[in-house]
Ligand binder design. Sequence first.
Ligand code: BGP
Length: 460
Amino acid sequence: MTIDFPKSFFWGAASSATQAEGREKNDGKGENIWDYSSKEFNFRFYDGVTTEHTSYFYRDFKEDIQRMKEIGFNSFRTSISWSRLFPDGIGELNQKGVDFYNQMIDELLAQGIEPFINLYHFDMPMKLQEIGGFENREVIQAYAIYAKTCFKLFGDRVKYWFTFNEPMIPAEAGYLHDRHYPYIVDFKRAATVLHHIVLAHCEAVKIYRELKLSGKIGIIMDVLPVYPRSQNPADLQAAEMADLFYTKSINDAILKGQYPVQLKEILQKYDQMPEVTTTDTTLIASTKIDLLGINYYRPRRVMAKECLPNPKGVFSPEWFFDNYEMPNRRMNTSRGIEIYPKGIYDIAKKIQNEYGNIDWFVSENGIGIQGEEQFIKDGMVQDDYRIDFLKEHLTYLNQAMNEGANCLGYHMWTFVDCWSWGNAYKNRYGFYRLDVETGEKTCKKSGKWFKQVTEEHGFE
Ligand code: BGP
């Protein structure tokens, strides 16, 4: 069977500033919450690796872009580090940061690689976190200034902009599930953060339109398609609730211009509703994006709750469903998550049927493997498991496209093994291997395979 993709398809990978750039002496960068928490809460990070030592993109970007070219990329997503551009999040610009991003963008273009630039990838400047981060409405204005600055500085060359990567995560992981700094566990505060992120997104889109630049602007969502354990009404209801809280809440606001009515009713009932003004709802209703990125890693399987939640406990979406561990599900044991390639097809159908078949692309998909050095043979990681993973997902994606899905590209997570939120360098995701000790970067078998796919616009 031949799997063919359009000649114009975007092929590449995604990365982010904090996970790849690293720090150099006197680089002028201010601290963000990851610089801070990976030092102050070092025990929460695998092997205690901090953001100082990531994949040296700040230093090696020219060679790295060459490496991208060598494996056939025609596009690449990364983010701008807010605290590299504005060390305090607002106020004075760091000229070295401006120079770095100018050179990086110019180099990508010179090598025929389209830059996809994201403005916020979980990395709140510490100075702004000190005044509450996105919980504080003032920070929305600081973000708007940061966004405008980026558009003005780089918008003549960057044609694909994204306001946020996975807007749900800073709210959920930082304010409810205790995974990201500030490690707060409080649903209402999480909902406030999410709402303010939505507003910040809308402000950035508005500014981008006002500047009349000739590119596209969108957002990158993480989507976990939800599957109920059975067709039992209680299981179906559990699935609906999981989807409502974790996906529809944000997707409907961004893509349909309003929060789901059912969600508002539940939050009001439990006294968890953040402050939402009529000016807010008008802004949300009038904001439209051009391009949607979808990060897909795993499905969410759910079932009806087995026990009643503690009414005095912390309110959470998990009050309405239990996670379901399907027997014999296929697992990526390194990451502890299920592998389910058909999920990508189901997401594509949902976008097609429920979200107006908007232009979109796979902005992240990939497999993180612990102990990849065991697969090194003849100096190369023989990651056949990654090639198989990609083939399976791309085949399902292709099927959806043949049925009319408007998918414009596929970016793997990630280009070269990078630092991860919490897991640091435990699981490796890249087309290139990073030797953490020496900083050496070597192409994996999947990188060679990818090059061929991009040249042949598909695979057998
Ligand atoms: C996504 C993030 C990425 C990346 C990836 C891999 O949700 O956007 O930044 O980290 O997940 O996950 P992890 O690093 O947790 O293994």
